[in-house]
Design a protein around this ligand. Structure first.
Ligand code: UD1
Length: 328
């Protein structure tokens, strides 16, 4: 039997899309998730083990029993404002738990790790565009907690541990085209998710945080990437590592941005209805623009996005919001 892939956080939004694509590609996947924000129903392939990545006895047992040679690590807290008010929660669950996972991985002889990192490691990059060579300078504990995990991976690989690819995600949205899984995170703060909730009547209006930024229309600009393309990048990373590729840290975005108003307009095009918006002050900690220089992953992996279209991303997110298979 081929060796297996452990997907931590595989019952969550991004992890479940990756696990689904891995399963569809014929890989043997095992999900480890404590279901604190994940959903049992999001696990479409392979076994679900309920537990924490910080539980060394459990992780070691799972690695041995399922003959795991690759870990894809998504399990994490991801709410940026919460990481500012409760940083130790983020350092415990994102950084300390990753350390435990890596200890188990090294002891079990795991060969490859694909790590879910974030554009938040860049903080406020000059000009709003970040390449992998842009100095990291996170401005919140979420970004720092992920950056520390990248460093552990780097140092462990240099010491003979697993080889790895860390993917720095920009702004992820969209859902499974067949509607089986999607984003059901409660108390959403992310723009596309919040706008979806407005469309289905869960909120009265979309609040635009800041209209006086130095951007073409005064609102914040981000690089929105469809979760299906992001998931495919993980399968590309797996191929890279299996072929003996060096450890890599790579941006995952499309390399162009849209403003908050442009996202709101996309919702109006897709629904054919006006989207109620309210203008408000800037949100603390938001950079004006954050867009990927994303050429490296295309060159290295031959990564070829198929959903680089804002209206498609919006329509896909909305399809799930209107017909979720599970919700909190
Ligand atoms: C943040 C992180 C990112 C992380 C993501 C998910 C930073 C710089 N970025 O993305 O790394 O992966 O969270 O945890 O820390 N907006 C509104 N109204 C809303 C919501 C958002 O106007 O109701 C605006 C924001 O001001 C921003 C844009 O929409 O300009 C995107 O915001 P959001 O979707 O929250 O994601 P980021 O903060 O960019």
């Amino acid at each position: 039997m081929a060796q297996g892939i452990l997907v931590t956080g595989g019952a969550g939004y991004i992890g479940s899309h990756v696990a689904r694509q891995l399963g569809e590609a014929g890989e043997r996947v095992v999900t480890l998730d404590n279901l604190c924000t994940g959903f049992r129903e999001a696990v479409t392939h392979g076994e679900l083990v309920i537990g924490d990545t910080g539980d060394q006895a459990l992780v070691s047992r799972v690695l041995a029993e399922h003959d795991i040679d690759t870990i894809m690590h998504f399990a994490a807290h991801t709410v940026v404002p919460e990481s500012v008010t409760d940083p130790l929660k983020y350092y415990r669950n994102n950084t300390c738990a990753t350390r435990n996972l890596l200890q188990c991985a090294a002891e079990a002889g795991v060969k490859h790790i694909v790590f879910s990192s974030t554009a938040a490691v860049y903080g406020l990059p000059p000009g709003g565009v970040a390449s992998e060579d842009t100095p990291t300078a996170p401005i919140n504990a979420y970004g720092t907690s992920k950056l520390m995990s990248e460093w552990m991976l780097r140092d462990l690989a240099a010491a003979g541990g697993p080889s790895y690819v860390a993917l720095r995600y920009f702004n992820v949205a969209g859902s499974d085209p067949e509607g089986r899984i999607g984003q059901s995170t409660p108390n959403a703060t992310l723009l596309v998710k919040v706008a979806c909730e407005v469309v289905v009547g869960k909120r009265e209006a979309l609040t635009i945080f800041g209209t006086d930024y130095d951007t073409p229309d005064g609102t914040g600009v981000r690089d929105y990437i469809h979760v299906e393309d992001l998931a495919t990048a993980h399968l590309d990373a797996l191929r890279w590592l299996r072929d003996g590729g060096e450890p890599k840290v790579l941006n995952c975005g499309y390399g162009h941005g849209y403003s908050v108003r442009e996202v709101a307009q996309a919702f109006e095009r897709v629904t054919g209805e006006p989207l109620p918006v309210r203008e408000a002050e800037r949100r603390a900690g938001d950079p004006p623009t954050l867009v990927a220089n994303a050429s490296r992953i295309r060159e290295l992996f031959g990564w070829t996005p198929k959903h680089d279209d804002l209206d498609q991303i919006v329509a896909s997110s909305l399809a799930w919001e209107r017909a979720p298979r599970y919700s909190a």
